[in-house]
Design a protein around this ligand. Sequence first.
Ligand SMILES: [Zn+2]
Ligand SMILES: [Zn+2]
Length: 446
Amino acid sequence: MFTLEDRINERLRASDYQDWRAKVESVGGCAKPIRLFGCHQLQDTRTGDVLHHIGGDIFVPCGNRRASVCRTCSDRYAADAFHLIRAGLAGGSKNIPETVADKPRAFVTLTAPSFGPVHNRRTSPRGKAMPCACGAFHHPDDPRIGTPLDAEGYDYVGALLWQAHAGPLWQRFCMRLRRELAKAAGIRVRELKEHLRLSYGKVAEYQRRGLVHFHAVIRLDGPDGPADPTPPWATGELLDHTVRLAAAAVTLTIDRPDGTPLELAWGEQVDIRSVDARTAERVEADDGSISEARLAGYVAKYATKGTGKSEAADRPIRSQGDIDLLRCSPHHRQLVQTAWDLGTDPRYEDLNLRRWAHMLGFRGHFLTKSRAYSVTFRLIRGDRKAFRLAENLALAELDPDTVAVVNDWRFTGVGYANDAERELAAGIATRIRDRRNIRHHQENRP
Ligand SMILES: [Zn+2]
Ligand SMILES: [Zn+2]
């Protein structure tokens, strides 16, 4: 009988172990790396000589955003999300000047409305714990929190259709916000872009009831973008006021399966905080304003969360059998089931509900931004690639004008060969993370 331990020992003794380990380390111990075969080389364009060559089997990180799938890649995604949101708040990069910190900015949370009463933890205005409507005092980790008090009476169809339209609702919110800003300035909405540009970066975060909240940094720029001064009438107070008006006013009416109208809107709970460049790091001021660093940290955390405390599914649902086998709460299962059932209704064909059933109907991206908000993921990651290339060139003391880069890779598979390799890779990932944490402490950074 071979135990896992035996298989691990066997892998450790194999002649290619050092080689394999180096590949795993190159992807930070990614839980499910993509395997490629081919080569990357640098060629002298004048002579055709190969100056630098990496070839053979390589690993590429899976890039999954969710910590439950791959901790390594999720950490990296969070770091990139932090950088992206932070650049839009504080500037300091090539395209985003530091003056963005002086512009009116707000951190806005838009919520889903209620589709029926749910178990919750309540506190009185004086901060005293109050019982849930079911009579219990729920522990913060109680899986019942967020799930319906009465599953029979809960509007699953409404909840699922709301979630499938969360993206379009956001678009309408932005349109409405532009209109409210124009109205306040006494100009036509068509003319607004000659005075002002609205920029945002936003993330979607699943709540325990399985519906998303949007958290967005909204910034008012001048007509030419972040480097252009914002008109003096566009103040932080005006932004706050118009966001409230727009959030309350936006609706989208669709049909229920029985043909009756369903009006979709944001929840009543709208949270708006001003973002203050002067508020110290890691501090929330008494007036509720929030520091740039803390805010970017929140956003990074939201961006890597899964569908909720009891995860629904990691991959798309292919059949009723997949739903029956899901290990999740009855509430999440019912949301998946509702998406699956509505998926055959021709009136929702465009929503592709079966494809998004495992995401509880949410079809959007987790991190989105308007064009001018900040740097892009591609730029952040491109910088890294360019950096690596520059390093290679520096090592070889080459002239970039006469060097051609050749990339030729073929896909050979995903993930590790067996449980022993997975176990070893997880250990490597943990060690890399520990080393990094120690370094952070030594540098005395948050
Ligand atoms: Zn990964
Ligand atoms: Zn309860």
